[in-house]
Design a protein around this ligand. Structure first.
Ligand code: GLU
Length: 501
């Protein structure tokens, strides 16, 4: 790649960042790092009606948490600042003027009422109203006024918008890195509003100017922006600027059914669609962080939504993703979101964590249960249970019996507690009492020897034994549990079970 790679994530701060936006940020990040380039974050807040307080801070915090923070943004290496469009407001008008002067744009004075009336009139004739070359000279535009007349109306304070004068009858053959050649007929496009008399640019104008001024080499964004591509390319042409390259990422689809993944799908199926929890007066939207996902796992599963490196490999560190990432290998088709697979990724990350770190993460949960974690070999306990866990938050459910004797016994499992069981359990206590070397492997050898010598069936002992210690037929290898809880506790739990069952 010859030119310096500079890519951007340009969200509008209209609420918490949807997971699709996070994936866009991630692909920009990976592409930048892969090519020794720069990843910057620009906040597109020109639409003040949709501005949501806290959303900007949320976006920054989410990217930090995921480990994909931008190289440049508000307050960080502001080489091409400001990075917030509302603070660049003063820059846009001269560009709108430039387009007017070069006949690439025109003033439109139509009031909302006039446009509504026109829309209705068209509908009555079975037509859909579209503001473009077919009617721009019949509407209230500077195209049918003299320069003096236009100036007079502006001076008088008539509200106006500046619209792009889309060329007529041209087939645009554009290149998208992911989609290959894409064709657009300019005559089918509408003359989009670029600027308003309140001094604010629209998304289209501000986006192009900023991408140019901030030296963006590649525009990598969601598929929903593909229809804007012809306008954007034409705007570059109108300004006489070289256009960046474009790549439109596939949509993230619902787990079941068709269409784009929405917050409602998450609510229905019980998974987050936001990286961090988002609180409003209307309620709480859950976040991956608060649900106990590892940021690396979130990054990993998002990377594989619409991309793979052509091998079967699924588990990647961020560094490995950077090394393997290739925009040319991003798929065109939408990527189905699979919440179960996400959990699987988290499990894969969990089992590779150091036991010490997992023990640390588990400690606060135990404190909440008023358990003095220092009295237990937490590192060992965690090592025994983690193979089956998806989240640290599941640890308690999987290991409560290490910390406390069962207070009740699973009803279904208790059916295995037969008439002869108490006598067997009493014999078992005697055997356990004799064991000096209280290690899992030795306890297992001794107990099994006793069973074989006396021809006692495994099931007859092992299920009631587990029930006595755990309260249910769950948990890791029983002899590992016994080693951790120790001899006196093991015996006391068997006695308690004999008394209670
Ligand atoms: N502000 C737009 C958004 O909210 C940016 C689209 C683009 O990347 O051009 O997604």
């Amino acid at each position: 790649m010859s030119k310096q790679v500079r890519v951007r994530f340009a969200p509008s701060p209209t609420g918490p960042l949807h997971i699709g936006g996070v994936r866009t940020a991630l692909f920009n990040y990976l592409f930048a790092k892969k090519n020794g380039g720069t990843f910057y974050l620009r906040i597109e807040d020109t639409d003040q009606n949709r501005f949501v307080p806290g959303a900007e801070a949320y976006i920054m915090e989410a990217l930090e948490w995921l480990g994909i923070a931008p190289d440049e943004t508000i307050g960080k290496n502001e080489k091409f600042g400001p990075y917030r469009q509302s603070e660049r407001k003063h820059m846009y008008k001269e560009y709108a003027d430039q387009l007017i002067n070069s006949d690439w744009a025109y003033y439109a004075f139509d009031t909302p009422e006039a446009l509504d009336a026109q829309r209705k009139a068209d509908e009555e004739q079975g037509k859909t109203f579209i503001y473009n070359h077919t009617n721009r000279e019949k509407l209230d535009t500077s195209l049918v006024l003299t320069a003096d007349e236009t100036a007079a109306r502006i001076a008088k304070g008539d509200a106006y918008v500046v619209r792009f004068k889309t060329p007529v009858d041209e087939t645009l053959h554009l290149k998208d890195i992911i989609r290959g050649d894409v064709k657009f007929e300019t005559s089918l496009l509408d003359d989009k509003v670029l600027f308003k008399s309140d001094g604010m640019p629209t998304y289209h104008l501000a986006n192009i100017i900023d991408d140019h001024l901030m030296e963006t080499s590649h525009v990598i964004r969601g598929e929903e922006w593909l229809p804007s591509m012809p306008l954007h390319v034409l705007l570059y042409r109108a300004f006489g600027w070289e256009a960046p390259e474009f790549a439109h990422l596939p949509l993230i689809l619902k787990p079941v059914g068709n269409g784009k993944l929405s917050k409602r799908d998450g609510d229905k199926l019980g998974f987050p669609v936001f990286p961090l929890e988002w609180n409003t007066t209307e309620g709480v939207s859950s976040g991956y962080r608060e649900k106990g996902f590892f940021p690396g796992a979130v990054v990993n599963f998002l990377a594989l939504l619409g991309w793979n490196d052509g091998t079967e490999k699924e588990i990647y560190s961020l560094e490995e993703l950077v090394a393997a990432f290739d925009l040319n290998r991003v798929h065109k088709a939408g990527a189905k979101f699979d919440p179960e697979k996400n959990k699987w990724f988290n499990h894969q990350y969990l089992i590779t964590q150091e036991d010490e770190d997992l023990a640390k993460a588990y400690s606060p949960i135990l404190s909440d249960k008023n358990i003095d974690a220092t009295k237990f070999d937490l590192v060992k306990i965690v090592s025994l249970i983690k193979e089956r866990a998806h989240f640290v938050s599941e640890f308690w459910e999987m290991s409560d019996f290490f910390f406390q004797a069962p207070t009740e016994y699973d009803a279904k499992a208790s059916k295995n507690w037969k008439e002869e069981t108490p006598a067997l359990m009493k014999q078992l206590i005697e055997i356990v009492e004799t064991i000096e070397d209280f290690t899992s492997i030795n306890i297992e050898t001794v107990v099994k020897e006793w069973m074989t010598t006396n021809e006692i069936g495994m099931g007859k002992v092992m299920q009631p034994f587990r029930l006595s210690l755990v309260g249910a037929l769950k948990g890791p290898h029983l002899f590992d549990i016994i080693e951790v809880i120790g001899k006196p506790e093991t015996i006391s739990r068997i006695k308690k079970a004999i008394a209670k069952l």
